[in-house]
Ligand binder design. Structure first.
Ligand code: ZN
Length: 439
């Protein structure tokens, strides 16, 4: 029979279609061991046969099982029974090694259920192979520690997770299971090359500030400008509610239903309709228009050409808040005063966590498709996607280059560093629901 199996020491002797799967009967033709592996005595004597079934890569879209009969040997001196194996078999998984590779190549791109059905393995076996592979990638791939780090959170699988982004490369550097102080401290304690980090862009989540202070003492903090101005927008909406409560019910409905969004939309995103609405507000609700103007002046602080001028613009803004609005805009001013240094650091390092918008799509896709996946899998998938698809060369902790599953790139002896998956790649994967393809 033609050796359709091409497995070392395994000789096929027959095959049949067996209830939707292909069953190949084979025997292990390994020569008997020369001596007992335990006591070194020889010779060994035949000791019956053992039949085991290994899963193999699918043929014609059908799962394949290989039933292998292996002759066993027994040592007369110590009683040890030896069952020869084959380098092509993974005895732990009861699968061929090439099937394990087949699953590794696909495990991040399809559901476990689908893959388990395709290869005819138990769901937990497929999950186990994937988890081992994720751990392997984790060991092999070294992502270069960013100079500019964005630290933010996303709700993934029901919990807030800390997301670390390389703001220079616009790539995902890591996602942590949690964003608690203890978790972040452990993470940064063990982070390789953490002194490379010069700037960290964060929101005003206290643990970030505390952990950076202790674990990255040389890094400087920038409070993300979008988080800062968002506070002013929230207060404007509060003021809108307060002011409309004094109006007739007709006006109230008008404001809430028709004018609210034009009021809250950022200046550069306004439509024709918004401009008309704002003109209407100016004419009919002058107090609200004033509230809007004050919010916009606050946003305008970020347009200042230098740190000094921004600090001055803020002081001017603070003292211009009318008494009636102090209850609303006062806390915004206090917030800026509390975080003064880190907020105005923006003018020394004008970067933002503006990728957050793109990441929201990624988060939604993860949550939509993520059920049945562990957080570790989602994490591995997001971090190593590019590494797996586009670059075969990774750099290990010891500095040697290794090939991960794809051919080594031909960039001579240049060591290719990885920065993680570009945000744009993640975004487009999420858009097409390809981040984790649903069966
Ligand atoms: Zn022995």
């Amino acid at each position: 029979m033609y050796d359709l199996l091409q497995l070392e020491q395994i000789q096929p002797i027959g095959m049949r279609d067996d209830e939707g799967q292909i069953l190949i009967i084979a025997e292990n033709i390994a020569s008997p061991p020369e001596q007992c592996e335990k006591c070194g005595n020889s010779p060994l004597y035949r000791h019956g046969k053992r039949r085991s079934t290994y899963a193999d890569t699918p043929i014609h879209g059908k799962p394949v099982k290989v039933e292998i009969e292996t002759r066993r040997y027994r040592c007369k001196a110590c009683g040890t029974v030896v069952t020869p194996s084959s380098p092509s078999l993974d005895d732990k998984r009861v699968a061929t090694r090439r099937l394990v590779r087949y699953i590794q190549d696909r495990c991040f791109g399809t559901t476990f259920t689908w893959l388990a059905k395709e290869v005819g393995l138990a769901l937990n076996t497929v999950k186990g192979i994937t988890q081992d592979y994720a751990a392997h990638l984790e060991e092999q791939v070294v992502l270069e520690t960013p100079r500019l780090l964005g630290l933010d959170e996303l709700y993934i699988l029901g919990k807030p997770r800390a997301v670390l982004v390389n703001l220079e490369m616009h790539s995902m550097f890591d996602i942590l299971e949690s964003r608690t102080k203890a978790h972040l401290t452990d993470y940064f304690k063990g982070l390789k090359d953490k002194n490379r980090i010069e700037w960290v862009v964060i929101d005003m989540w206290k643990p970030y500030e505390l952990v950076i202070g202790t674990q990255l003492p040389n890094a400087r903090i920038v409070i993300d400008r979008f988080h800062v101005v968002k506070e002013a927008s929230k207060k404007l909406d509060g003021l809108r509610k307060h002011l409309q409560s004094k109006l007739s019910s007709q006006d109230r409905i008008n404001l809430k239903k028709h004018l609210r969004w034009s009021l809250l939309r950022n200046e550069h995103n306004r439509t024709e309709r918004d401009l008309e609405n704002i003109e209407y507000i100016r004419k009919h609700y002058p107090e609200l228009f004033l509230a809007l103007t004050i919010k916009e002046e606050f946003f305008g602080i970020y347009d200042a050409p230098s740190r000094e001028m921004a600090e001055k613009a803020f002081q001017d803004w603070k003292s211009s808040i009318p008494e009636d609005f102090r209850k609303y805009y006062g806390p915004v001013a206090n917030m800026v005063d509390r975080h003064h240094r880190d907020i105005f650091n923006y003018f020394d390092c004008p970067v933002t966590n503006g990728y957050t918008e793109a990441m929201n799509g990624v988060m939604k896709a993860m949550n939509r498709l993520g059920r049945g996946y562990s957080f570790e899998i989602l994490r591995a998938r997001s971090l190593f996607y590019r590494v797996m698809r586009e670059s075969g060369t990774v750099v290990t902790h010891t500095g040697e280059t290794k090939d991960i599953s794809k051919p080594v790139s031909t960039t001579g002896d240049r060591i290719e560093k990885s920065y993680g998956t570009p945000i744009s790649t993640l975004e487009s994967l999420a858009e097409h629901d390809d981040l984790l393809r649903k069966s």
